[in-house]
Design a protein around this ligand. Structure first.
Ligand SMILES: *Cc1c(COP(=O)(O)O)cnc(C)c1O
Ligand SMILES: [Zn+2]
Length: 374
């Protein structure tokens, strides 16, 4: 089987050379790629996310856009009663796991010969796409909402992207970008399925770092679900390739103040756009995730669930991690807070991996607020 691009809604297939990022029927596209894992070769390669070369649907090596990122460390943390593993995915060139997706998406963009792109983001995806555009000499326009943290704005500008700060919400920024996407290539981390072909490498790395043993539980923050879906695709690939006998239960953690997926799960699948208020977890403040159904299905298939955390939980988790030397942004601390809240539902013998998604240096303003009283 070759690589296939297919609409998730109507099933229409697209040829590999087509630059579409969505189907005319409104459905999101998926990339289906028969991942292979030649372990002997993989072992000899440099420790980057591209060591799983055969699993990544980019035909020609010369189109790869990469800083040799990935293969982030995994470290063990002893909490009160049990140990958990932390996957340090804030250790990337731009300080968040989004670089996994950007590396593959920009490689795809190079493959298509596209010279300029547009993207919208709550900050980290924009910074990441901007960096990879800088590396690939691709022109880049980024729309962000007005409340985006200053360090992320500075990052986007530093990489030379054309930055537009949109009054209003994250959704308003998306609208502006999708207008532009009628004429410019939409390098959207949410719509573009090649982004997930990068985020999936987190699963391969975790498995290899645990000597091809799959953990029982994976805990991730979830907004648009690019990490959650990537992890699901990645662990499914390993399962289908016979490298693992199970797929971990995936626990998706949202902020109580903006938890559409959590509510959808409880209300049987209708995306009820419930009230959303501000959250310190700005990276997951997504009211209408485009791939909501896919995210719900993935979590259900793995036997996992969604959970929420309060603002206080998030602050406590950020402090807890920082006091042990892990400086992550509040959005990333959400996963740790989700673990704390769900501990009693996890068996003692289950191995738990928590993905830490973004660097604390991304949002020093919120961090210093957190620590002024101490
Ligand atoms: C983007 C982001 C997330 C959430 O990822 P989604 O793909 O939107 O679910 C979590 N943490 C950080 C630091 C992020 O930048
Ligand atoms: Zn379709």
């Amino acid at each position: 089987m070759d690589t296939l691009i297919r609409c998730s809604k109507c099933g229409l297939a697209f040829s590999q050379s087509e630059a579409s990022w969505a189907c005319n029927c409104g459905g999101v596209l998926d990339v289906l790629h028969p991942a292979e894992f030649p372990l002997e070769k993989i072992k000899r390669r440099t420790p980057t996310m591209w060591r799983y070369r055969e699993a990544i649907p980019i035909a020609d090596d010369s189109n790869i856009v990469s800083f040799n990122e990935g293969f982030t460390p995994i470290s063990s943390l002893r909490t009160e009663k049990r140990s958990v593993l932390l996957k340090l995915d804030f250790l990337f060139p731009t300080g968040s796991f989004k670089d996994r997706g950007s590396s593959v998406l920009l490689s795809r963009i190079k493959e298509l010969g596209v010279r300029s792109v547009v993207e919208d983001s709550s900050g980290n995806a924009g910074a990441s796409i901007a960096a990879y555009c800088a590396m690939a000499s691709v022109e880049c326009r980024i729309y962000v909402a007005e409340n985006t943290s200053e360090s992320k704005l500075a990052q986007i500008k530093a990489f030379g992207a054309e930055l537009h700060i949109v009054p209003g919400t994250r959704e308003d920024a998306s609208e502006r970008a999708s207008d532009d996407a009628r004429t410019l290539y939409y390098a959207s981390h949410c719509w573009n399925p090649f982004f997930l072909q990068g985020t999936k490498t987190v699963a391969y790395e975790i498995a290899e770092q645990l000597e091809w043993k799959t953990p029982e539980v994976l805990i991730v923050p979830v907004g648009n679900g690019t990490l959650l879906l990537g992890a699901y695709i990645g662990f499914t690939d390993l399962y289908l390739a016979g490298l693992s006998s199970k797929i971990p239960k995936i626990i998706g953690v949202q902020s109580e103040n903006c938890a559409p997926l959590f509510h959808m799960q409880r209300n049987n699948q209708t995306l009820s756009e419930g009230p959303a208020s501000e959250t310190v977890a700005e990276g997951i403040a997504v009211r209408k995730p485009i791939r909501a159904e896919q995210i719900l299905d993935a979590v259900k298939i793995t036997g996992g669930w969604f959970t929420t955390t309060s603002e206080t939980d998030i602050e406590e988790a950020a402090t807890y991690l920082a006091r042990r030397g892990y400086l992550v942004e509040p959005t990333a601390a959400v996963a740790m807070a989700g673990f704390a809240r769900n501990k009693s539902r996890l068996l003692q013998e289950e191995s738990v991996v928590i993905i830490l998604t973004g660097s604390g240096l991304k949002d020093t303003k919120n961090l210093s607020k957190l620590f002024t009283h101490q």
